[in-house]
Design a protein around this ligand. Structure first.
Ligand code: PMP
Length: 387
């Protein structure tokens, strides 16, 4: 199988799997236990804190300074941020292209009477940041939170999070950034960003599934979603999964250490994939191609075919990709992201996402160009005959 679905999840790096196995082999590890084994577990967590804070350019050691909560992944971090940041009666603004783990919480809050406003995107899928300041002012209740992802999972298009941080700071509004797709793929500095909270997820950068984090800025208060023991500043109780935490830190370190090199090679392969397909089929449309994108992501519409048929046919041809968000690819409703970009229904209905990783090899890309072309020729012609 040629795996081009890395925005859904990535293969764990063997070195990360080794780190996890080593920590697991140390034996029982409950960081709250008041004995040597508990202290050893806490030490692993402290070491992971240091590695992660360096990798995302922040400091976590000052009392009252930024904090980092380990969570079960991007979904939990996003739920925590949306439900737990800012005044519980304040308005929330979020972009129309957020991940369902942001949008669904906002919709749930709206059903309880909370005011939710949507930030529109342009036809390239970039959030209309020029409207944000006015939108904050025009909320019926004072706006307490803005949520904007750093890179979209379907198109890879980078979002103006730094501009959003400036607008939010001026307006005294908290900014949450879902950085699940960009951390480990593009340079990311929490020190420069000045957000209130940032989400990350280890399995998007060759770490284990089931561990992520929510970084919180200095003095930012968060209402917990779970209730239990005093772990993680009583904000995210539960015994910390020490081995997964060490694995996440190791994965992030590896990703950041070779970020430039990985990014260049992924971009070269991604561009080759797009360039070759476009030269064979000039009717294809690559979304977000004229704006800044993640180096690994390609969202392409095949206007003469249906995305579901293409997906199945590619699966048969042993190319793994995705139609719409990975999390919804089982049911696969049309992409809310491409709809928010106001693309024609034919472009929305025929879009596929190819996402590479640092493990993608050129032979695989050359092969996949051939397999994708064959599938499109086959399905495109059939459709034309039917019409
Ligand atoms: N946000 C974005 C942008 C994502 O792409 C994903 C994963 N598809 C998530 C959040 C959810 O992350 P997780 O799978 O770790 O819950």
């Amino acid at each position: 199988m040629i795996y081009l679905d890395n925005n859904a999840t990535t293969a764990i790096d063997a070195r990360v799997a080794n780190v996890i196995a080593e920590v697991l082999a140390l034996g029982p590890a409950n960081a709250s236990s008041q004995h040597a084994m508990g202290r050893a577990a806490q030490l692993h967590i402290d070491e992971a804190f240091d590695v992660i804070s360096q990798a995302v350019d922040t400091t976590l050691d000052r009392p009252g300074g930024p904090r980092f909560l380990f969570t079960s992944g991007g979904t939990e971090s996003n739920n925590l941020a949306l439900a737990g940041l800012g005044d519980p009666h304040s308005a929330i603004i979020l972009s129309r292209i957020e991940h369902p783990s942001v949008i669904s919480v906002a919709e749930q809050l709206a059903s309880t009477g909370r005011e939710i406003r949507w930030m529109e995107v342009d036809s390239n899928g970039v959030a209309r940041i020029d409207e944000l300041a006015e939108q904050i002012q025009s909320c019926r209740s004072p706006c307490g939170l803005v949520s904007l992802m750093s890179a979209n999972n379907e198109t890879g298009v980078l979002q103006p999070i730094e501009e959003a941080a400036v607008v939010c700071r001026r307006a005294g509004v908290l900014l949450h950034v879902d950085a699940t797709q960009s951390i480990g793929k593009v340079p990311f500095s929490l020190r420069r960003l000045d957000a209130a909270a940032v989400t990350l997820s280890a399995h998007k950068f060759h770490g284990p599934v089931g561990i992520g984090g929510l970084w919180l800025g200095s003095g930012v208060k968060l209402r917990p979603l779970f209730h239990g023991g005093p772990q993680q500043l009583e904000t995210r109780p539960g015994t910390e999964p020490v081995a997964l935490i060490s694995g996440m830190a190791a994965a992030l370190q590896l990703a950041v250490d070779s970020l430039r090199q990985n990014s260049d090679s992924m971009m070269m392969l991604r561009d080759e994939l797009e360039g070759s397909l476009l030269s064979l089929f000039p009717d294809l449309v690559v979304h977000g191609a004229s704006v800044e994108r993640l180096p690994n992501t390609s969202c392409v519409s095949f206007p003469n075919a249906d995305r579901q048929s293409m997906l199945m046919s590619l699966d048969f041809a042993k190319v793994a990709c995705s139609s719409g968000a990975a999390c919804s690819s089982g049911s696969s409703p049309p992409s809310h992201v491409l709809q928010a970009m106001k693309l024609s229904s034919s472009l929305v209905q025929s879009a596929l996402r190819f996402s590479l990783s640092r493990f993608s090899r050129r032979e695989e890309i050359v092969d996949s160009i051939d397999r994708i072309s064959r599938c499109y020729k086959h399905l495109g012609r059939n459709k034309a005959v039917e019409n």
